[in-house]
Design a protein around this ligand. Structure first.
Ligand code: GSH
Length: 206
């Protein structure tokens, strides 16, 4: 039984819950973070010294950092499916996971926080606008990559789709100007057929 700490509206928790759903793993999720609190206890600090969500415990193994959790679960339970065995295919999946954290997240965060988690009278419209203009060309890089393959890592869903799939749901639901992203839209339609994506990612932004 895998135990997950985190609230369902956190993008980083969504990555983990979607992965668990794809792998059909027995699990229990404990609400933590945001309005649920619980991150400042000594016990939580021992689980994750960063006092962030998500964290998982699988037997004696504790993992924090969402993309590391997705990799762990894929390696432990998804060999040949979410975890591609050939190193070159795995590197393809892997690099889009790092890309989500390093290239996309720093631009998506100010838009999401600005429009969803900041009261209207406290928003910084110029910071939101700057990030919204900057993120379009970054998404176009993934759009180009998906022009000739159905999923990020090739013919089928891998761990590489998970972080960017969670980020794309947020992006396409934020009220900002977006470029045409036809290949991303076709990929999104494929993700939206998956029960785990619908249950854990396609949620109202909050
Ligand atoms: N790089 C970390 C970031 C973790 C993170 O920033 N988590 C946020 C939620 S998405 C958090 O714990 N916020 C405090 C809270 O929810 O109370 C990861 O990917 O897991």
């Amino acid at each position: 039984m895998i135990r997950v700490w985190g609230r369902p509206n956190s993008i980083n928790v969504q990555k983990v819950m979607w992965t668990i759903a794809e792998l059909d793993l027995a699990h229990e999720r404990i609400d933590a973070g945001g309005a649920f609190g619980g991150l400042d206890t000594p016990e939580y600090g021992r689980l994750n010294p960063n006092r962030k969500i998500p964290v998982i415990r699988d037997g004696e193994t504790v993992v924090w950092e969402s993309n590391a959790i997705v990799r762990y679960l894929a390696a432990a339970y998804g060999a040949g499916s979410l975890w591609p065995e050939p190193p070159a295919t795995r590197a393809e999946a892997d690099r889009w996971m790092d890309w989500q954290l390093t290239e996309l997240a720093p631009l998506l965060r100010p838009i999401f926080w600005g429009l969803v988690r900041t009261p209207a009278d406290e928003r910084d419209p110029s910071a939101i606008d700057r990030a919204a203009r900057a993120i379009g060309p970054v998404w176009r890089i993934l759009d180009d990559h998906l022009a000739d393959r159905p999923f990020v890592g090739g013919d089928r869903l891998t761990m590489g789709d998970i972080p960017v799939g969670c980020a794309y749901w947020r992006y396409r639901n934020l009220e900002v100007p977006r470029p045409e992203l036809p290949h991303l839209e076709r990929w999104f339609a494929r993700l939206a057929e998956r029960p785990g994506y619908r249950a854990h990612v396609m949620l109202p932004l909050s």
